[in-house]
Unconditional design. Structure first.
Length: 92
């Protein structure tokens, strides 16, 4: 996720610094953050029902637009970029 998205989650109190990695520079030179892992994958994935950011207005853009198909989801998961993949029902 973008730094501004992380900052908004931190400012809202919906997240703590521990909910994210230290950040990294991607292949295009952009600085990004990944979420920490919880029992079901992403720390924002609730035990009973989906992502707790879904209706907050603060859900990171990447969580809404990627992946576009099952193969992309599998590839991202393999690369450690989709920690909630194992809980999905959309792409079996």
């Amino acid at each position: 996720m973008w730094p501004a998205e992380r900052d908004a989650l931190l400012a809202s109190g919906m997240a703590t610094v521990a909910d994210f990695d230290e950040g990294y520079e991607d292949d295009e030179g952009d600085w990004l953050f990944r979420t920490a892992l919880g029992p079901r994958g992403c720390v924002f994935l609730q035990e009973a029902r989906g992502c707790r950011l879904h209706f907050s207005g603060l859900k990171p853009a990447v969580c809404s637009i990627v992946p576009r198909h099952a193969e992309e989801a599998d590839e991202m998961s393999h690369d450690g970029m989709l920690p909630c993949r194992s809980e999905w029902r959309a792409f079996p």
